[in-house]
Design a protein. Structure first.
Length: 294
């Protein structure tokens, strides 16, 4: 009997959701950053074994919206709770439950879908501290299983997969076994570039960045792919920061991104980046929709 199902991973921003999924899939699909609002789309990642298939939905972190983009992201995260077979709720090693974790727990209390709690970053805790956290969450009587993990080093990931497998319903193989994502190459490349911007830029700039890929074209008779992308930001002052003195920041972002894009495409890449201003695009519903958040 083949088992398959859809699993959403929810939790507050930067708790380690994308790190967990990238570790499971073994490829860099979801971008990783220590800044909020890293994941903006509902990205499907596919994990296939001989007897089962899990389709993970990596959603934006549940958070209070501050603009049209934030409203979209919250809607995406909430919407997946009713669409899936299993919910994974991820928290970190914090001994106290913060306001946002409490808010998410409140959202999950009315959901009938089975929930697995994953406590991430437990490599930072003693065994006694881990046991205390497990006991605290077990008292809530909400979770089918509670699993302490370290997404960064892979600790207990196998146990997490085993727990998911037991809860999967009987079902078909939704995707071919060699497929790991339903996302187009163009989107993955744009996300890689945005990740490198998040890593390198000042705190106030990254949230207003969107990357649009205008061209992906293989050169004839040459192992080289031309990739042209535009980095949009919200203010003229931000454009200067993204470009940097003498173009150094843009070159750094491009160099870091090119290395990951070459791994993704399995070819040498000529990456050309431009920077444009689209003032306050996150506040404009039409712009948010145009950039694919709909």
């Amino acid at each position: 009997m083949y088992r398959s199902g859809f699993v959403t991973v929810v939790g507050r921003p930067n708790v380690g959701k994308s790190t967990l999924l990238n570790h499971i899939i073994g490829e860099k699909i979801s971008i990783i950053s220590d800044k909020p609002q890293t994941t903006r789309n509902k990205i499907q990642l596919v994990y296939t074994e001989e007897e089962f298939q899990i389709v993970f939905l990596d959603t934006p972190g549940i958070q209070m919206p501050k603009n049209k983009l934030g409203e979209y992201m919250l809607k995406v995260s909430r919407g997946t709770l009713d669409e899936v077979d299993i919910i994974t709720f991820m928290v970190d090693e914090s001994m106290e439950t913060g306001k946002l974790d409490s808010f998410i727990i409140g959202e999950l209390k009315d959901v009938k879908t089975p929930i697995i709690l994953v406590i991430n970053k437990t490599d930072k805790l003693t065994k006694d501290e881990v046991d205390k956290l497990i006991y605290k969450y077990r008292e809530m009587d909400m979770f089918e299983d509670i699993i302490p993990i370290s997404a960064l080093n892979g600790e207990n990931i196998d146990r997490y997969i085993d727990s998911l497998e037991k809860l999967l319903p009987q079902g078909p193989k939704y995707f071919p076994e060699d497929m790991i994502t339903d996302q187009p190459e163009r989107l993955i490349i744009s996300e890689i570039i945005r990740e490198k911007a998040l890593e390198n830029l000042e705190e106030e700039v990254p949230h207003g960045i969107f990357v649009e890929i205008e061209k992906i074209e293989k050169r004839k008779e040459k192992d080289l792919i031309d990739v042209h992308g535009v980095i949009y930001c919200e203010r003229d002052s931000h454009k200067g920061i993204v470009i940097g003195k003498g173009g150094r920041m843009l070159k750094r972002i491009g160099k870091n991104a090119r290395e990951d894009i070459e791994k993704l495409l399995g070819s040498q890449v000529n990456l050309q980046l431009w920077v444009k201003v689209d003032k306050n695009w996150r506040e404009k519903e039409a712009r948010v929709r145009r950039f694919g958040y709909k």
